[in-house]
Write a protein that binds this ligand. Structure first.
Ligand SMILES: [Zn+2]
Ligand SMILES: [Zn+2]
Length: 85
């Protein structure tokens, strides 16, 4: 079974996402099915990028996830604001 590598864990924590949340984004059984670099594609290393290069997928996906969270948060805030009117 593949697990998230140290670089992936560091990238997640700097994006404010826990490994459990990240795994939950991509799998339903709670086990990581992606690659050690953090990409949900289990053949990322050697295909999307070289093993000695940093993953380009993870930062892009994290940015997307962060934007989605921000959108959800602001929608919730809007709802709350509306409810108070
Ligand atoms: Zn990838
Ligand atoms: Zn990768």
């Amino acid at each position: 079974m593949t697990t998230l590598g140290r670089d992936a864990l560091a990238a997640l924590s700097s994006a404010g996402i826990t490994p459990r949340e990240w795994i939950g984004e991509w799998s339903t059984d709670g086990t990581w099915s992606g690659d050690t670099c953090g990409c949900p594609d289990d053949r990322c290393i050697g295909h999307h990028h070289d093993a000695r290069h940093a993953c380009g997928c993870l930062p892009a996906l994290l940015e997307e996830a962060a934007a989605l969270r921000a959108a959800k948060r602001s929608k919730a805030a809007l709802r709350e604001a509306g409810a108070m009117d």
